[in-house]
Write a protein that binds this ligand. Sequence first.
Ligand code: N7H
Length: 764
Amino acid sequence: MATDLRLRQSDEIQGDIVAGFKKDNVTLLFLKFEDAARARTWLRTLAPQIATTRQVADFNEAFSEARRSSGGDDPKTLKATWLGISFTYEGMRQLSTTDPFEKAPPTGSGLEAFKEGSAKRAGALGDTGDNSPENWLFGNGRSQPVHAVLTIASDTEADLAAAVTAQREAAAESKIVIIFQQNAKTLLGSRRGKEHFGFKDGISEPGIRFFDRPSAARPEEVDGHPGTRIIPAGEFVVGEEPAPGSFTDYPEWARNGSFQVVRRLSQDVPGWWSQISVKLKELKQAKAVPDTATAEWLAARLVGRWRSGAPVCKHQDRDVPFDPNASSDNDFDYRDDLEGLATPLFSHLRKTSPRAGLQAPNPSRPPFDAKELDGRRIMRRGAPYGHPFDPASEGPGGPDDPRGLLFVCYQADIARQFEFIQADWIDQPDFPPGRNPQPGKDPVITEADSVDFESRGPDGAIRHTPLSFQQFVQTQGSVYAFAPSLSTLKALAEGRLTGQSQGQQGGGQQQPQPGKAYPCDEFLAVPDQQRKGGQSQYWAFHSEQYRRISVADGAAHTDRAVEGDSRLTTWTCLQGVGRIDCVLPMPDLQNPGGKSWYWVFHSTGGRQQYRAVSITCGGGGYTSALERPDRDLTAWSSLGGVGQVNCFLPVPDQQRVGGKSWYWVFHSTGGRQVYRLISVADGAAHTDALERSDRELTQWGSLGGIARVDCFLAVPDQQRVGGKSEYWVFHGEDYRRISVSDGSGHPDRQVAGDRSCSGWGSLL
Ligand code: N7H
């Protein structure tokens, strides 16, 4: 059965949430709006630059592929700079000029946490004393409120620096104050992928349903990552299906967005390691550890993994060399170690994600299933900041040089996810519950004054050695924000929380209707229903469904739905297709004897392929057939290097001229959309050729501000009229109208600017 990976193609969900920017160089700008109207203007320009899940997922896939084929080296030519944006409650209120909550959010909910903000919640989260908001560098909610957090992430330092300068300038022009800039950077050399204490980080991330490919052998886990459970997408993306028991009563503006927690957590590296040596001595004196135990041995037990990332539960005596070609080991669940003798119950790993190692209240019952904790997972996207510790340095790298973790995580519910992990697990000595003595708090990141170190004595009985740990991680700033969908971003830029402004007109010039438009992946002209009685019919494909619509000739181009939604699989020729990317009619095989042929491009299973199909008209109905099964894009010599074809636009005056038809091919490769020119010859072989290589979308004046075209629909009665052809260009939830002239250069221009697709009554 084909796997539905539809979230990979989302142009609504921001790119860092489920796909992950995964860049070595990151800057967060904490912004304050001085003038809300100008901030909205700034947001209008920023919105098309925000990276979407589709762009980031495509890039990450191309990057991994290139790395695999080069034997593990990072490809130097594939690079990108991504932007992400999130807003605090106050930031959303300023932009939308209204309270984002019509009524007070439910007590105890994540929405309430978002509204109150980090500083108000400090007491419950251990942000007291040195960690308290009055010492924070940002987010303390007093003189300098944070309204937005702009994430800029890049493969190279130079690209990041250029992007940060550009964003700082754009902010300044709109009277937006940068109240704090936080840089973060992957550590280099042998420290790559590690945080400052020296441990590999970012290994145990949850898999996401409809985004990560499930393993054939263990369908609840991610393919190629044994032990990585696939979690319902609604735990990270509002509006997707959540885990049982999770909160679901979100306002409409939150759909396809995610709540973000950003924390600057400083780390005193020499302090933490010298404490480990002291504690090791205490344990040796108490004969609670083997004589051979080292500081590395004890530190690994506090974390739950060795420096390399190797889990202590599998490698109890020593670290194992890191194999760069193997995916890091996440295939364990503590079910065989309920007592915590191998991986201590207080270890950071078990405190933050107990997996299946939680004993049920009645010990005769089996332990909790890991699935029951799906609603407590977070998507971590942090990175280290500051230079790595170098005992020989008095400057950068020295003990007083600031360093730590820029902790960032995404979730649907800040209260049930981040706050619960921090307050009810990390900071709770009685977690895992019901133990005597209690396991104690997390000694890696908190002050843990009563940790119970368990060991087996010579008689085989469990011995308990109490240990106390000082805190060497300090909260220096914290913000709760919301990373909206691309539609909500556009609405905020217009001073609204959702929906469309009044007075817009659709393809058929009719009044907008309430409801959400049906964003189209592709339109396919119904072969025998073109300009018949002044009407043209189209199949409009969206996700796993399609419907039939008609568009009338004439200035109004009135549109209406002819038939409601059906599933793609009702077409014989589309069996196994999860979603159609685009369809190219075979130029010389349109309607001979009532049969028309097409190439159908689809990305079912994450990789784009194409198949040949036919549609035969007769008896008032249509019969489809699969003419040739799926093949890889590599069979097209004109599509070399293309990751995914998004749409074709036939060059209007170059169809079947001298036995050849020409097309502009819009494709996303390396995370952004570009276009090239190809030709396809008539004849059985349909020989194709690359006529001109890739160019940037900016070459099309009529497509200004569009990051990605989803599909084109030729305006039926405006084809080659007076030497011009008109098209509706669908992109995200909007569409515009453009014209392309015949002749050399094919000059293009915008006929009508962006309008919401909800103006198309037939697509509602
Ligand atoms: Fe943690 N560290 O160096 O010890 N973390 N963490 N974390 N953390 C993890 O398995 C660290 C912090 C989680 O699913 C690893 O990916 C440091 C906070 C979760 O098995 C290491 C700081 C919170 C996991 C660290 C810090 C979490 C996790 C192992 C602060 C949440 C996955 C790498 C300076 C409130 C657990 C890995 C699982 C793993 C470290 C903070 C949560 C090495 C230094 C504040 C959920």
